[in-house]
Design a protein around this ligand. Structure first.
Ligand code: SF4
Length: 369
């Protein structure tokens, strides 16, 4: 395992290299999105207290096998470069997901997979790992009882997950694969004093990169927690925790601590009081396909048919993307502030912020570097 091999480029600027899309966007011309988030199914094998998609109304739905495979064949043909497999359920709970990944990869589509990891069995790994740029394992812990409590699942799922991560690291080594193994750890009241131990455990399992962060509790999360966890700790306690965790950084392994979330760009525009009109330009670069087979602009619209850009059961992705309805819905999304927490876990707020900077008046801009 080597961070330098598997994670090279991960932290470099990415958006500025999408020159064709950025040029078309600036001149108000048609362009295909650079990346599409796809949620193959609304079903999940867990019941997490912090789940941000618990209220999204696609539970029990899943995209038809042929539609999913057809979508992944179509996307690279029309200029889409990557798919982020995550969404409102566990992507691997859809039996056609592995075949769809293989079909998309044959056309040159890149993939990332966000998963609990419990169903990423060696058989599935053998089929898809070589086609993935990275796998992100959601919300890990080194203790099976805590894990089972946070995820609303059995302790056996933790045991399977740990075996799967170790197997993935081993398969990667054996077959010389490029895939990077990432993970997240949520700081909760029941693990605050154990974060360094958890991260050390993940490093030993063969992971490359771990983000320690705060779960966002909103009016939609099923756990009854009213405040984010960081509000219960002093600055000194948090600094001490960060210090013990960041000592685990090495040549082969990186851990970042975002607790509390200190990057202001994660919040710009996502609440009523910081909303900015027409700020959400990222929806033109990074839409979502939900388990109901509809295309939506972003997290806020997910599973709400009145905001759907179109359905893949009636139109191709390209037809939907070229439609006037897409433009109309985008205009509504971009000019209507949220009522409450609808945007609280916006996945593209940072992209929105980067794109907003293209409009900034910066007198230093022509003095490159
Ligand atoms: S969820 Fe959508 S509408 Fe809300 S801030 Fe993000 S891009 Fe904008």
């Amino acid at each position: 395992m080597s961070y330098k091999i598997h994670m090279a480029g991960y932290e470099a600027p990415r958006t500025i290299f999408q020159i064709d899309a950025l040029h078309a966007w600036q001149h108000d011309r048609y362009f295909a999105p650079v990346i599409v988030e796809v949620s193959p199914t609304g079903s999940c094998n867990q019941n997490c207290s912090f789940c941000y998609s618990d209220k999204v109304d696609t539970k029990g739905q899943r995209i038809d096998d042929e539609v999913l495979v057809g979508l992944f064949r179509e996307l690279p043909r029309i200029g889409v470069k990557a798919v982020s497999l995550q969404g409102t359920g566990e992507p691997l709970m859809h039996p056609a997901t592995p075949d769809a990944i293989v079909a998309g990869a044959e056309g040159g589509l890149g993939f990332s997979l966000t998963t609990t990891g419990v169903v990423l069995t060696p058989k599935i790994q053998k089929k898809i790992l070589r086609h993935l740029t990275f796998v992100k394992f959601s919300v890990l812990d080194s203790n099976k009882t805590r894990y089972a409590m946070m995820h609303g699942c059995s302790e056996k799922q933790w045991e399977q997950l740990v075996r799967n991560i170790a197997d993935a690291a081993e398969l990667r080594e054996r077959e010389g694969l490029d895939v990077a193994l990432l993970g997240t750890v949520y700081v909760e009241r029941n693990n605050f004093n154990q974060i360094a131990r958890i991260v050390g455990f993940l490093r030993e399992l063969g992971m490359d990169y771990v983000v320690v962060q705060e779960a966002t509790y909103t009016e939609f999360t099923p756990g009854r927690q009213a405040n984010n966890t960081s509000t219960g700790y002093s600055e000194a306690q948090i600094a001490e925790m960060k210090q013990s965790v960041t000592e685990l950084n090495s040549e082969d392994f990186t851990v970042k601590v975002r607790f509390p979330i200190d990057d202001a760009t994660y919040h710009v525009g996502v609440y009523k009081d910081c909303w900015k009109d027409r700020f959400c330009q990222g929806i033109k670069f990074f839409p979502v396909v939900a388990a109901d087979g509809r295309v939506y602009s972003c997290y806020r619209a997910w599973g709400k048919p009145e905001f759907a850009l179109g359905s893949l059961y009636e139109q191709s992705f390209e037809e939907i993307w070229r439609s006037t309805r897409r433009r109309e819905i985008e205009a509504v999304i971009m000019t209507t502030p949220p009522d409450g927490d609808e945007c609280a876990v916006c996945g593209i707020s940072k992209l929105n912020d980067i794109l907003a900077r293209y409009g900034d008046d910066n007198r230093f801009r022509n003095f490159l570097i």
